[in-house]
Design a binder for this molecule. Structure first.
Ligand code: MG
Length: 477
């Protein structure tokens, strides 16, 4: 009996142990399933901070000698710097068309800058990154300078964004008197609705819009960076529990330059430096908001510029050093821009990538990360660059060749270390640089490498001919 009792006791202990192990295994299994499920269900958030005409050098960690950017430097220390990152054009509208569509802007019919007198915009038939994400259940907001058409048909609210707050084009432009004024519009400097409709519009006086109406005219640009930031932080807070896409294209440092009282006169790089230091503050506020809402590990934060800096003698333009050239040009300084990406846990901290990557790659990359499909009924020029972003060992650029358009003419191409530039029809208009040894494009090697020149020109001609054949029109009223 005793033995039996002992045995049964041992059996009971064994049984308990087995049950306990089973229970723990089951718990592990369930939590593994639940975790996998929750990771799959938790689509990452995307934030793009897009500055206007900021030069390659104009961030501390990109070598600025005078501009202080502690927040961007911290973002780079926690993330990855891209040192061969390209905008798709050297001016505003086409560069933004590329970001929205993942295509070279010439392909989607936006080869140049749009003005308030124009009745065109990004074609509503194009599928924007915002539309792709919105279809996947994302909350979407555009806060800042749009510049892809200011007529209602072309505004962010018609291109995949739930909401819009900002200026519709560059801050040196005018108002289009046909624009819809909000019932409670704030009119400043003695303006009335009557004056707006009758007077010849003046440069540097731009409207501020909410969704499809003008809410302030002329826009007080001194507080614009602050107001964009406030809106952005509020958007993050109110969407913390669902996936979101925040597109924050700053108005600065496009000229005329403005900074708030808190930043004006503070930078040792003059008013230009003030605007960048205020944007740096803004980046800090965005990162604070992400952290505060526990979104760091689930948010890809991207910072870059739309194109290179203005060439100005009054100190109000930026610096693309050590690159050659400025905005409006296909030299590196016009289109190679500073870029930082940050996603704790997914992007190796404090790392660098010198592979060719570009604004046109963001749409395909975001689509992949969100589990959405890239449109397959049209040519998309960009590629998924997640292997480059995540620092995958041995990952190389997906761009065998990268093309630099100026308007509708294909002026330059880069293939590996080689950069070719063709500005005239004549042979002496051809430049060839080895960017590995000559990042400043100083020594023209065209005469020494005729074979490379011939091959790259052939390739450019073939690419352009194919692009023209499949070119898509801009949206027209
Ligand atoms: Mg620009």
């Amino acid at each position: 009996m005793e033995e039996f009792e002992l045995n049964s006791h041992l059996h009971a202990v064994h049984l308990l142990m087995i049950l306990r192990v089973m229970r723990e295994s089951l718990l592990l299994l369930f939590s593994a399933i639940f975790f996998a499920g929750s990771v799959a269900a938790k689509s990452p958030n995307f934030v793009i901070i897009f500055t206007d005409d900021q030069g390659y050098q104009d961030i501390g960690c990109f070598g600025s000698p005078l501009i202080k950017t502690p927040n961007l430097d911290a973002m780079a220390a926690e993330g990855r710097r891209f040192t061969s990152f390209y905008s798709a054009n050297s001016v505003c509208s086409p560069s933004r068309a590329a970001l929205m569509t993942g295509c070279y802007p010439t392909r989607v019919g936006i080869p140049g800058v749009l003005f308030p007198r124009h009745e065109v915009g990004l074609n509503p038939d194009e599928i924007t990154v915002a539309e792709i994400l919105k279809a996947g259940g994302y909350a979407t907001a555009c806060i800042g300078k749009w510049h892809l058409g200011h007529k209602p048909e072309f505004l962010p609210t018609r291109q995949g964004f739930d909401s819009y707050f900002g200026i519709p084009y560059s801050n040196d432009m005018t108002i289009d008197p046909d624009m819809q004024l909000a019932a409670d519009v704030l009119l400043r400097d003695g303006f009335t609705a009557d004056r707006i409709s009758k007077e010849k519009p003046r440069k540097n006086l731009v409207p501020l819009m909410r969704n499809e109406e003008v809410i302030e005219y002329p826009c007080d640009q001194t507080t614009l960076t602050k107001r964009y930031t406030k809106e952005a932080v509020e958007f993050i807070g109110s969407n913390a529990d669902k996936p979101f896409f925040l597109y924050l294209p700053h108005t600065m440092p496009h000229i005329p330059l403005f900074a708030s009282a808190q930043f004006r006169g503070k930078s040792s790089r003059g008013l230009y430096g003030d605007t960048i230091e205020e944007i740096d503050w803004s980046v800090g506020e965005i990162m604070k908001a992400l952290k505060q809402h526990g979104l760091d590990e689930n948010t890809l934060l991207v910072y870059t510029s739309d194109n290179g800096p203005w060439k100005l003698s009054n100190g109000r333009g930026g610096s693309a050093l050590p690159l050659r050239g400025f905005k409006f040009q296909t030299y590196e300084g016009g289109m190679r821009v500073p870029c930082i990406m940050r996603w704790p846990g997914r992007i190796p901290p404090g790392s660098n990538c010198d592979e060719i990557a570009a604004t046109i790659d963001l749409m395909p990359t975001f689509a992949m990360l969100a589990g959405a499909a890239v449109p397959d009924d049209r040519v998309i020029d960009g590629h998924d660059i997640w292997p480059l972003i995540s620092g995958k060992k041995g990952a190389g650029t997906p761009h065998d060749t990268y093309y630099y358009y100026r308007g509708n003419s294909l002026e330059s191409a880069r293939k590996g270390k080689w950069k070719i530039r063709r500005t005239g029809k004549k042979k002496d208009g051809i430049e060839l640089y080895d960017l590995e040894t000559d990042i400043s494009e100083k020594k023209n090697l065209a005469a020494e490498h005729e074979g490379v020149v011939r091959k790259m020109l052939e390739q450019m001609n073939a690419f352009h001919a194919a692009l023209v054949k499949s070119q898509r029109p801009a949206g027209k009223l």
